[in-house]
Design a protein around this ligand. Structure first.
Ligand SMILES: NC(=O)c1ccc[n+]([C@@H]2O[C@H](COP(=O)([O-])OP(=O)(O)OC[C@H]3O[C@@H](n4cnc5c(N)ncnc54)[C@H](OP(=O)(O)O)[C@@H]3O)[C@@H](O)[C@H]2O)c1
Length: 450
C-alpha cells in the first residue's frame, strides 16, 4: 500500500522533531501503522530553513493553504500554535476532508467544541495527544486505557516551566522573581512567560482532560486559574515543615454532595496546591510532568515523563499519525470518539464556580505577637464551621519586627479540613479585618490526593 501523505504546517520546535523521529524510526513506525507515513509537504514562513530541515524530497511552501488544497494530502499536522491562523487552517483542513493532528492546547481548550463538531460532521479525525503533557500518552490513557472506569479525579503537574521554578525556589530558597530569571536563562521559560506562570497553559490542558474524563464539552472559560507569581519561598519552607510540597496542579474532579452523594458538578481549577510529600507526584521535580488519574475500578494511576521538548512532543504527534493511519479507512462511527464519549452521549454536568468547590487550605497570617490573637483567629474559623487540622506558630524572633520600636510579628500557619471556598473567602475577609493581622493573608489550597 502507498504511504499515507502528510502535510505539516509549522516547522518549528515540534515540527522539526516530528520530521527527525519519523525519519529515524520510519521502518518500525511502518510496521506498526501497516503502511508508510510520509511528510511530503511542509509550510513554514521561513522556507529556506524548513527546506534545509526537511531535505530535497519534500515540497516546502510559505502558504499553508497550499498544503490544505493539495488533494494528495490525507492528514494535516498543525504545529503553528495560537488561536489565530491556526484556527482558520484547522477549520479549513477539516472542511477539505483532511484528518488533523495538532499539539495546540490553546486552540482546542478555547475552540474545541467548534472544531470537534466540524470534524464529526465531516467524518474526519482530530487527534491531539501532544496537546496535553507533551510526550506522556495521557489522552490515550484517559480515552481508551481507562474506558471501563468512572473517572473520579485528575490532578497533574502539566506545566514544566512552573514546576521548574517551584523546584528552584524550594531547592535554593529563591524567591519567585529570581527563580523565573534562572528559568529564562536556562531556556525553561520563554521571554514572555505569562501563559505559564499565570496558570493559563496548565488550564488549557486541564480543560481538555476534563472534557475527555467526564464527557463534557471543552469549557476553558469556566476554569478557575491562579498562577505561581504570588508564592513566597517562605510558604514553600513552612509547607515543607508540615510535610507538604507546593506544586502548581491542574485539577478536575467529579464533585459529590456530602449529604446525598449525588454528583453536584465538575471542578476545573489550576492553582498552587500543597501536596503531601509522601505522594509520588510530590517528588516530580524540574521541568518534568506527571498526571494522577483516579478511576473507580482501577484506583489511582500515575503517568510521568517529559511534558515538552522537540522529540518528546514529536513522539505524541507521531503516535497520533499512526492512529489516524490505522483508522482512516474505518467507518467513522467505529472510530474512537474525539472526546472519548460519543457526541450524542455528552453529559450536561456543570463546571462548578470556584465558590462551590470544597477543599482544604493552608493559611499564613502575619500577626502581631500578642496574647489573644490566635484565639481571635481560630474563633472566626470556628464560627464559620471551618475545622482546623494543624496550627504552627513561628517564634517572633524568627520572623522579625514590624519596624523600629514596634511590636514583634509572628507567622500563624493553619491547615484546615475540607470547607467550601465561599465559606473560606468570608472567613479570610473577617480575619483580614483584625487589627492584629498585619499583612494580606496567604491562602494555598491543599490536596491530599488519596
Ligand atoms: N515546544 C514544545 O515543547 C511543545 C510541547 C507541547 C505542545 N506544543 C505546541 O506545539 C505547537 C508548536 O509549538 P512549537 O514550540 O513547535 O512552536 P515554534 O517553534 O514557534 O514553531 C512554530 C512554527 O510555525 C511557523 N509559522 C508561524 N506562522 C505560520 C504560518 N502562517 N504558516 C506556516 N508556518 C507558520 C513558525 O515560523 P517562524 O518561526 O518563521 O515564525 C515556526 O517555524 C504549539 O501549539 C505549542 O503549544 C509545543
Amino acid at each position: 500500500m502507498n504511504a499515507i501523505q502528510v502535510g505539516l504546517l509549522g516547522m518549528g520546535t515540534v515540527g522539526s522533531g516530528t520530521f527527525a523521529v519519523l525519519r529515524r524510526n520510519q521502518a518500525e513506525i511502518m510496521r506498526r501503522a501497516g503502511r508508510g507515513i510520509a511528510i511530503t509537504m511542509v509550510a513554514d514562513l521561513d522556507t529556506v530553513r524548513a527546506q534545509a530541515l526537511a531535505g530535497d524530497g519534500v515540497q516546502v511552501v510559505a502558504d499553508a493553504r497550499a498544503v490544505i488544497a493539495n488533494p494528495q494530502i490525507d492528514i494535516v499536522v498543525e504545529l503553528i500554535g495560537g488561536y489565530g491562523i491556526a484556527r482558520q487552517l484547522v477549520m479549513e483542513a477539516i472542511a477539505a476532508g483532511k484528518h488533523v493532528v495538532t499539539a495546540n492546547k490553546a486552540l482546542l481548550a478555547v475552540h474545541g467544541t467548534e472544531i470537534f463538531a466540524a470534524a464529526h460532521a465531516r467524518g474526519v479525525m482530530v487527534a491531539f495527544e501532544a496537546a496535553v503533557a507533551g510526550g506522556i500518552p495521557i489522552i490515550k490513557a484517559l480515552r481508551e486505557g481507562l474506558s471501563a472506569n468512572s473517572i473520579q479525579w485528575i490532578a497533574g503537574i502539566i506545566n514544566g516551566t512552573t514546576n521548574f521554578i517551584l523546584s528552584e525556589m524550594r531547592d535554593k530558597g529563591l524567591d519567585f522573581a529570581v527563580a523565573l530569571k534562572e528559568a529564562q536563562r536556562l531556556g525553561y521559560a520563554e521571554a514572555d512567560p505569562t501563559f505559564d506562570i499565570q496558570g493559563v497553559d496548565a488550564a488549557h490542558k486541564a480543560t481538555i482532560m476534563s472534557a475527555i474524563a467526564f464527557g463534557i464539552p471543552v469549557q476553558f472559560d469556566k476554569a478557575y486559574v491562579e498562577g505561581i507569581a504570588a508564592l513566597s519561598a517562605q510558604d514553600i519552607r513552612y509547607a515543607e515543615q508540615l510535610g507538604y510540597r507546593i506544586k502548581l496542579l491542574g485539577i478536575t474532579k467529579r464533585s459529590f454532595d456530602a449529604q446525598t452523594g449525588v454528583v453536584r458538578g465538575i471542578e476545573l481549577r489550576v492553582h498552587p496546591s500543597l501536596v503531601p510529600m509522601k505522594r509520588l507526584i510530590a517528588s516530580v521535580e524540574g521541568a518534568m510532568n506527571a498526571v494522577m488519574v483516579h478511576g473507580d475500578a482501577v484506583g489511582t494511576t500515575l503517568y510521568y515523563g517529559k511534558g515538552a521538548g522537540s522529540e518528546p512532543t514529536a513522539s505524541a504527534v507521531i503516535a497520533d499519525l499512526v492512529d489516524v493511519t490505522r483508522l482512516h479507512t474505518a467507518d467513522a462511527a467505529q472510530r474512537v470518539p474525539h472526546l472519548a464519549f460519543h457526541p450524542d452521549a455528552m453529559s450536561d454536568l456543570r463546571v462548578l464556580p470556584m465558590g462551590e468547590v470544597v477543599t482544604s487550605y493552608y493559611l499564613r497570617l502575619r500577626v502581631a505577637d500578642q496574647a489573644g490573637v490566635l484565639a481571635r483567629v481560630t474563633g472566626i474559623l470556628a464560627d464559620a464551621g471551618i475545622s482546623i487540622d494543624a496550627v504552627l506558630q513561628r517564634e517572633a524572633d524568627e520572623v522579625g519586627f514590624a519596624g523600629e520600636g514596634q511590636i514583634a510579628q509572628t507567622d500563624l500557619i493553619i491547615l484546615t479540613h475540607d470547607t467550601r471556598e465561599a465559606t473560606m473567602d468570608a472567613a479570610i475577609a473577617q480575619m483580614q479585618a483584625l487589627p492584629s493581622v498585619l499583612q494580606a493573608i496567604t491562602r494555598i489550597r491543599k490536596e491530599e490526593l488519596a
